[in-house]
Design a binder for this molecule. Structure first.
Ligand code: CIR
Length: 273
């Protein structure tokens, strides 16, 4: 992150192709699994939207052994000047980090590694202009968060902990940054102390999943399934890119989960994957 650049200015992203095993992805409530074809179509459209937004996308190959590995946001954190390998807080996802590590080591000069026994998922971590917020959750514990704060400080940014509402998978399942002054969230997070001073857009009741949006450069990726939230964003003046999320939502995912994003300066390399 640089002082002169917005935290939502990105020119680089990593994504991973879904595996056919994505149909077995983790979910809190089983409303029927997604189809591989459905997830693949949503993922393809997402990659196209990233490229349209001016981002160079590195597409990693599918990993059959890891049904949730399409959600590359969770096993790592990336900044302009370094990356942090995380320890996802659920056993079936822990080894996804080792799959991502060689790619990040090729792209970043500095790669820090969250040590055992702390745990943290990238879905709990939000970059804001006032520093990085780390939501404590079922996946991100206090020890993981404290170590992360120290690591993020080593990379030159501030960080602090936040609370993730009970029953919500990740902090960013329920809140997202829209611009330097504005967040969008569910009503459960709208009054959170960490968002003091931010302008807030609260998603309407029944559209809670719409709180996971992704601001990329001049546009906001938002789920196409929540018309009232799309309308709020539109009226607030955002250039919204509606994307289908019907299949990934069946395995508790949203739009931020499917990429790692950062602003690459001249130094970092694009790996040949
Ligand atoms: C999981 O439970 O880990 C996946 N099924 C969903 C991960 C969503 N990731 C994210 O919100 N960053």
């Amino acid at each position: 992150m640089s002082q002169t650049r917005s935290v939502f200015e990105f020119n680089s992203a990593i994504v991973r192709e879904p595996s056919t095993s994505v149909v077995n992805g983790l979910r809190a409530d089983d409303r029927g699994g997604p189809t591989y074809e459905g997830v693949k179509a949503e993922h393809d459209a997402y990659i196209a939207a990233l490229r349209n937004a001016g981002v160079e996308v590195t597409v990693l190959p599918a990993l059959e052994a890891f049904p949730d590995s399409i959600f590359v946001e969770d096993p790592a954190l990336v900044f302009t000047n370094g990356a942090i390998l995380l320890r996802p807080g659920t056993p079936t996802r822990l080894k996804e980090t080792a799959e991502l590590a060689p790619v990040l080591r090729e792209m970043f000069e500095t790669v820090l590694e969250l040590p055992e026994p702390g745990q943290a998922d990238g879905g709990d971590i939000m970059y804001t202009p006032n520093g990085v917020l780390i939501g404590l959750s079922e996946r991100t514990d206090k020890l993981g968060a404290e170590t992360l704060i120290a690591f993020i400080e080593k990379l030159g940014c501030k960080a602090r902990v936040a609370e993730t509402p009970k029953g919500v998978l990740h902090f960013k399942t329920a809140s997202s940054l829209l611009d330097d002054e504005t967040i969008i969230s569910t009503s459960a997070l709208a009054d959170a102390a960490v968002f003091e001073g931010f302008r807030k857009i609260v998603v309407p009741q029944g559209e809670e999943s719409a709180a996971n949006v992704l601001r990329i450069n001049d546009v906001v990726f938002a789920s196409a399934y929540y018309p009232r939230t799309l309308d709020l964003l539109d009226k607030a003046g955002y250039a919204v890119v509606p994307l289908n999320t019907g299949e990934i939502e069946k395995i508790d995912a949203g739009l931020s989960c499917m990429s790692l994003r950062w602003y690459r300066n001249g130094k970092s390399a694009v790996p040949s994957v």
